[in-house]
Write a protein that binds this ligand. Structure first.
Ligand SMILES: NC(=O)C1=CN([C@@H]2O[C@H](COP(=O)(O)OP(=O)(O)OC[C@H]3O[C@@H](n4cnc5c(N)ncnc54)[C@H](OP(=O)(O)O)[C@@H]3O)[C@@H](O)[C@H]2O)C=CC1
Ligand SMILES: O=C(O)CCC(=O)C(=O)O
Ligand SMILES: [Mg+2]
Length: 742
């Protein structure tokens, strides 16, 4: 079969991976009679680790590099990829996955703590390919169009999720730097000609080292360079820790250590060191000796001191305790288990963590498991103002009301590793004092920053073709909806000023008569958008890559309760389609509940929406009528699914993900039975719908019986296939109907 009638479906991690074991057999069975093939590509963390170590594995254990294959496919017109959320692994997660794989007999090496030999270096380089956000940037060969579909909005209006009330006396606030950070030090320019640059570090005594060379840049590409001053950062963190104590609010740090996998773990580590300053000052020698790496969080210290002799360990523990007693209270990730905001850099990820706080009356959880006002520390000031503006708005106006509020779709500049989210291979922790220079092929210094030991210097890029595509997408969405459209760009920020020039250059290429398109700074755009939002009015946000990420969690979480219900389309620049399932992540908390109680609360609405647009794309590109019918009927089924409230419940014993899939299948079959455009599909699915309906009670009781007990699927990162299938497909009656179709 040619690729043209093929949809690629990703196997990922955690909750969406579990859901796939239940949902994918249904999908495969429903599309098979129309000769549409679904091919699974395993891009889970475990599979990606195995893919980089073929030489360490037995031949039968080796796996293809499915991510690289999909990355190539994304550049071709025939691409039709459904992408579920995956783990962007922090180092603690990587280590846990490695340990699990080793225990299953895969002889992969350990993550090297210290780089001594060339082999260590080689191993670390391979793991670095897997670390952090290593999947999405590879597949995102297009810009992003994320919005809440009408049916989802209407559902939320009729069935509002809970929203914590806001008090005008709330002490919650955002703390961000006002000098020395990435925003303040940014320099930016647009290249007039193509060139190749190198990045050099020249120490104050004149020694030069090359940080990166042979970086090819295109004509009209925008590049930025900037630096986060370590000195300024430490001063800021120290002041905020004291201020949190004085104001009696929780101290919380909100970073994107997964996507910004070089800079943000370092900043996270600095926060750990400042918070536990006395511990690190008093015990520096021993902590260094046992290899504590604060970039992996406070949890790394706790883990590593476990092996110390009892007297040394208890001395350190006593000083930790003193830091807790003398410092402000820390926001908690899990109060019962004593896991703080500073334990693991991937536990609190800003795009989801700030909206969760705003939805919860601006509060986070303290060590006693109670809600408390919070200082949200976001060191770099590039985007922090949008959260402060939202917090101010909630203090003045109270919480948003999901039954009346408008919606904020997003058009995001994302293609080809745009902006900060593509900067990790050009981010460096500077060792010494001196200057960092970007030098072009003619030897001209394009940019230069004075730096000090420990500063973080980085360069970002964004090519012209993605910017043009992004502006076109924004105009298309504005035209399709007639909704006011705001480019969130700050003329006083170096990078944004360059982008604004391009917007002003390319926008006149379109007929924008009657459209309301404006450019506002992120802070002003937030206020403009929030006022309208409260009045029930919609506003399209057109943003760079970081705000795409932040806003497509912030607004959906406020509007519809979760970003998992977003339609999330990436029209690939070469004509293909990448369909992301929602805008959220892989919900590790859902796996905890599933393991403990056999109840999975993962809502697959994002998968339903993505599959429908994927089928529609397949139908349009290939003139495949059956695919179009499957897509349309799936949308009808999703509407009915929402109307009948068949989303998973949070409570064990009630309908969970598996039961929700049964209902979706039933409604999809019914919609196929009802349509009159294709008689063979009509006949076939009339029978399927009848069977599903007839056995509803039996199927539901089989699914409910599988709940209420611990579930062991033989692994977390690499669960056992058979155990997982059994756990996720526990209804023999349902399986029989689906398998007969397949
Ligand atoms: N596109 C991608 O590949 C993305 C991947 N990630 C990765 O996901 C992991 C977790 O990130 P995190 O910041 O915790 O964010 P998540 O979005 O995964 O989870 C936060 C919370 O959102 C709610 N939620 C998310 N998805 C669903 C869903 N389908 N149904 C119901 N509720 C949902 C859950 O709330 P509740 O617990 O209240 O039910 C969940 O605990 C990380 O490894 C991160 O790197 C993150 C973002 C995008
Ligand atoms: O790739 C990642 O790590 C996160 C992606 C994300 O949060 C998003 O696209 O919204
Ligand atoms: Mg996100």
């Amino acid at each position: 079969m040619s690729n043209t009638s093929k949809i690629f479906y990703t196997k990922t991690d955690e909750a969406p991976a579990l859901a796939t074991y239940s949902f994918l057999p249904i999908v495969k069975a429903f599309v098979k009679p129309s000769n549409i093939e679904i091919e699974t590509k395993d891009i889970s963390l475990a599979s990606r680790i195995l893919a980089v170590f073929p030489d360490y594995l037995k031949p039968e254990q080796q796996v293809n590099d499915a991510l690289a294959e999909l990355g190539e496919l994304a550049k071709k017109p025939e691409a039709n990829i459904i992408k579920l959320p995956n783990i962007s692994a922090s180092v603690p997660q990587l280590k846990a996955a490695i340990k699990e794989l080793q225990s299953l007999g895969f002889a992969i090496p350990n993550y090297p703590e210290d780089i001594v030999t060339t082999e260590d270096k080689n191993i670390k380089e391979r793991f670095d390919k897997v670390k952090g956000s290593a999947v999405n940037p590879v597949l995102r060969e297009g810009n992003s169009d994320r919005r809440a579909p009408k049916a989802v909005k209407n559902y939320a209006k009729k069935n509002p999720h809970s929203m914590g009330a806001w008090s005008s006396n709330s002490k919650t606030h955002v703390a961000t730097m006002d000098y020395g950070d990435f925003k303040s030090n940014e320099k930016s320019l647009t290249l007039k000609e193509p060139t190749t640059v190198k990045i050099e570090f020249v120490t104050s005594n004149g020694t030069t080292s090359v940080l990166k060379e042979n970086l090819s840049l295109l004509k009209d590409e925008i590049i930025d360079g900037t630096v986060m001053s370590k000195k300024a950062l430490l001063e800021f963190l120290d002041a905020q820790i004291k201020d949190a104590k004085n104001k009696d609010v929780l101290f919380s740090l909100h970073m994107k250590a997964t996507m910004m996998k070089v800079s943000d773990p370092i900043i996270f580590g600095q926060a750990v060191k400042v918070f536990f300053k006395d511990v690190f000052e008093k015990h520096s020698t021993i902590l260094e000796k046992i290899g504590v790496n604060v970039n992996n969080g406070f949890g790394d210290l706790i883990n590593k001191i476990q092996d110390l002799p009892e007297n040394k360990k208890s001395a350190i523990e006593a000083d930790i305790k003193a830091c807790f007693e003398n410092g402000p209270s820390l926001a908690m990730v899990n109060s019962d288990k004593g896991i703080t905001n500073l334990h693991v850099p991937s536990d609190v990820i800003i795009d989801a963590s700030m909206p969760a706080m705003i939805r919860t009356s601006g509060q986070m959880w303290n060590a006693d498991g109670e809600q408390q006002d919070t200082k949200a520390v976001i060191p770099d000031s590039s985007y922090a103002s949008i959260y402060q503006a939202t917090i101010n708005f909630c203090k003045e106006n109270g919480a948003f009301d999901p039954t009346t509020m408008g919606t904020v779709p997003n058009v995001g500049l994302m293609a080809q590793k745009a902006e900060e989210y593509g900067s990790h291979d050009k981010t460096f922790e500077i060792k010494g004092n001196g200057a960092v220079r970007v030098i072009d092929a003619n030897g001209t210094v394009l940019m230069e920053h004075q730096v000090e030991n420990g500063d973080i210097w980085r360069m970002c890029q964004v090519k012209d073709a993605p910017i043009q595509d992004w502006i076109k997408l924004a105009v298309n969405r504005a035209k399709a909806t007639g909704t006011p459209t705001v480019f969130w760009l700050d003329k006083n920020r170096a990078h944004d000023a360059q982008i604004i020039e391009k917007v002003n250059k390319y926008l006149p290429n379109y007929d924008t008569t009657g459209l309301d398109i404006r450019i506002l700074s992120p802070y002003k755009a937030t206020i403009f958008t929030l006022k309208r939002l409260k009045e029930g009015l919609d506003t399209i946000s057109v943003t760079g890559n970081v705000l795409r990420d932040y806003l497509t969690d912030l607004f959906p979480i406020l509007e519809v309760g979760t970003s998992a219900k977003m339609l999330s389309i990436v029209p690939l620049m070469n004509g293909g389609g990448l369909f992301e399932t929602g805008a959220g992540g892989s919900a590790p908390k859902h796996v905890q509940q599933f393991n403990q109680e056999g109840h999975l609360r993962w809502d697959s609405l994002g998968e339903f929406l993505a599959l429908a647009v994927s089928l529609e794309h397949l139908g349009e590109v290939n003139n495949n009528k059956k695919a179009l019918i499957l897509g349309e009927t799936l949308d009808d089924a999703t509407d009915k699914f929402l109307d009948n409230k068949k989303s998973p419940s949070r409570k064990v014993g009630e309908l969970d993900t598996r039961g929700s899939h049964f209902y979706l299948a039933t409604y999809w079959a019914e919609a196929l039975a009802k349509q009159n455009e294709d008689t063979s599909l009509k006949e076939l699915f009339t029978k399927v719908a009848k069977e599903l309906k007839k056995h509803e009670f039996e199927i539901l009781s089989e699914l409910t019986n599988a709940q209420g007990k611990e579930v062991n699927i033989g692994g977390y990162y690499e669960p056992n296939e058979e155990l997982t299938i059994n756990a996720m497909r526990p209804s023999a009656t349902l399986n029989k109907i689906i398998d007969a179709l397949a």
